[in-house]
Design a protein around this ligand. Structure first.
Ligand SMILES: *[C@@H]1O[C@H](CO)[C@@H](O)[C@H](O)[C@H]1NC(C)=O
Ligand SMILES: *[C@@H]1O[C@H](CO)[C@@H](O)[C@H](O)[C@H]1NC(C)=O
Ligand SMILES: *[C@@H]1O[C@H](CO)[C@@H](O)[C@H](O)[C@H]1NC(C)=O
Ligand SMILES: *[C@@H]1O[C@H](CO)[C@@H](O)[C@H](O)[C@H]1NC(C)=O
Ligand SMILES: *[C@@H]1O[C@H](CO)[C@@H](O)[C@H](O)[C@H]1NC(C)=O
Ligand SMILES: *[C@@H]1O[C@H](CO)[C@@H](O)[C@H](O)[C@H]1NC(C)=O
Length: 493
């Protein structure tokens, strides 16, 4: 609309060039329009940068199905859900067979990037190098080449929750030797796909991996070790991340010149009140959620508030040492700086409230001393998070690797459009006004998929009919909307 007004004024100017009326003579109406249009130009006409990576994201376990086909090994999620008797990931969206249709949809959306993960067990059924499954190798080669041939940049997650069961039997993230297994796997992927892939993510959401799988036990492998296993998981995981980063840096960087980082996740937290206690609680929860992994990788070592509080509580519990493993200086240096950009997943905003717990049993949430509540969607909180990341970690560049809205099953998803528009607008403000170098945004998710135990929780731009043998894909209104956003690089539609 504003563009039209500007055009009218430009046409008016040009017309006057050839008329006898002086150019500087504008009518009151024209002056008002000119002022109005320049006022609104910034708000409505801004565009995402030319090279911006518009994407969607998925994960192998959530879309591929074919859980035991063509030599794929068993993962902890296969085992975890089969044992529970709940709905499982045996088929999901059947992307193992329908990958070409998924690429077609990605192309039709106009995506410039597609984030997906590689199932470790498809390539190495037991996680180890003694047996390389060629069918698995080919599957991802086809996918990657297919994307490249459509001009879609593959953004590859090396580990998205689905550890080979065999490695979990050996202790998983509680086994220090996991670092070596992960090194072998990552190097193999760099060798196989490094000539095509420019963006690698070592781990997706270490917070979710350690707090769900080794803390609450709500996710695979289902261990409830909330006082100590949760921290030991983070300790091993961060060393594995650093190893995979350094392998690329020393053995592949010169040849392929790709980038490697880790995908972190956090909600944004507002203080529940302006009291000093709640402001401290806000800072503390951001440290326990984001800083727990971001500090070691981006600035070195655990957050001081975690070191102090966990040591103190461990002592009061009668332990001889802190439940938070201490990094040696050598380990701090090895992990510090192992990133080429900051990748963040974020969905919601909560209010944080200071809640000190006495000494009872060891627990991550008692260590943190914060409760959070009143979930809400708050795009301005997203912008605050982007600024927090930029100010605290100064990473040089940032990519939003997941953001999206969960709904039930319907095609006219105006609520998803509103959510995405508000959040993307906040990202755009962060780029233009806060001068943060955000180079991409990948919506979770390309299509409805298996939300770790549930088919009801739908995040897709594209609907999947899980009841049909065909797993039929149908575009929702949000897909059409996103297609327009990408085509115009603008939210003004
Ligand atoms: C994986 O490990 C299991 C248990 O040790 C073994 O039975 C199986 O043969 C192994 N599979 C491969 C492909 O190495
Ligand atoms: C959070 O703040 C609100 C508003 O001040 C207050 O009513 C509520 O009690 C606080 N929450 C808790 C659990 O303290
Ligand atoms: C991490 O690396 C940066 C950059 O080299 C350095 O300034 C910082 O002191 C390091 N952090 C620690 C805790 O050693
Ligand atoms: C240690 O914890 C106790 C009990 O929560 C608290 O009174 C004390 O201030 C804490 N000390 C430090 C150094 O955090
Ligand atoms: C979707 O819903 C909105 C709001 O109710 C309505 O205006 C729009 O026409 C609907 N679109 C379609 C395609 O049904
Ligand atoms: C299967 O899916 C494709 C693509 O979504 C569609 O064209 C085709 O009609 C579907 N077949 C059946 C039997 O539903």
């Amino acid at each position: 609309m504003i563009l039209t007004i500007n055009n009218v004024i430009i046409v008016a100017f040009i017309t006057r060039l050839f008329s006898k009326t002086p150019i500087f003579y504008l009518s009151n109406m024209e002056i008002k329009l000119l002022i109005l249009s320049s006022l609104f130009a910034g708000a409505f006409c801004s565009k995402f940068p030319e090279e911006f990576l518009f994407g969607t994201a998925t994960a192998a376990f959530q879309i591929e199905g074919a859980w035991n086909e063509d030599g794929k090994g068993e993962s902890i999620w296969d085992r975890f859900l089969h044992a529970s008797g709940r709905e499982n990931g045996d088929v999901t969206c059947d992307s193992y067979h329908k990958w070409q249709e998924d690429i077609d949809n990605a192309k039709a959306l106009g995506l410039s990037s597609y984030r997906f993960s590689i199932a470790w067990t498809r390539i190495l059924p037991n996680g180890t190098l003694n047996f390389i499954n060629q069918k698995g190798v080919e599957y991802y080669l086809n996918l990657i080449k297919g994307l490249k041939s459509e001009g879609i940049e593959p953004l590859v997650t090396i580990y998205h929750f689905d550890m080979p069961q065999y490695l979990s039997d050996l202790g998983g993230f509680l086994n220090p030797q996991f670092v070596d297994y992960f090194e072998d796997y990552a190097r193999l992927l760099y060798q196989l796909y490094g000539s095509y892939v420019k963006y690698w993510f070592t781990f997706n959401e270490p917070f979710s991996i350690c707090s769900g799988g080794y803390g609450s036990g709500m996710t695979a492998p289902g261990l409830s070790l909330n006082g100590d296993g949760i921290y030991q998981c983070a300790y091993v995981l961060l060393k594995a991340h650093a190893r995979a980063y350094r392998v690329y840096d020393t053995e592949f960087k010169d040849q392929y010149n790709g980038k490697v980082s880790i995908v972190l996740n956090t909600n944004w937290f507002e203080p529940n009140s302006t009291s000093t206690e709640d402001l401290d609680a806000q800072e503390r929860i951001l440290q326990f959620y984001l800083g727990w992994f971001a500090n070691p990788v981006f600035i070195g070592n655990w957050p001081q508030v975690m070191i102090d509080r966990i040591a103190n509580r461990s002592k009061l519990e009668g332990l001889a040492r802190s439940r938070l493993p201490e990094f040696t200086q050598e380990e701090i240096d090895y992990i510090n700086g192992t990133y080429d950009f900051f990748a963040i997943n974020t969905y919601k905003v909560y209010k944080a409230r200071n809640t000190e717990h006495g000494i009872s049993y060891p627990d991550f949430y008692f260590d943190m001393g914060v409760t959070y509540e009143n979930k809400y969607f708050y795009p301005e909180g997203f912008r605050k998070l982007l600024n927090f990341i930029n100010d605290r970690y100064n990473p040089g560049s940032v990519i939003v690797t997941e953001n999206g809205l969960e709904t039930t099953d319907y095609l006219n998803d105006t609520d998803r459009i509103t959510y995405l528009k508000d959040y993307m607008n906040s990202a755009l403000e962060a780029i233009e006004e806060d001068k943060i170098n955000i180079f991409g945004y990948t919506v979770w998710s390309l299509m409805d998929n298996f939300e770790w135990g549930s088919f009801e929780r739908r995040f897709g731009l594209i609907r999947v009919d899980f009841d049909s043998p065909n797993k039929t894909r149908t575009w929702k209104e949000s897909a059409k909307w996103y297609q327009q956003v990408i085509a115009t690089r603008s939210l003004d539609n």
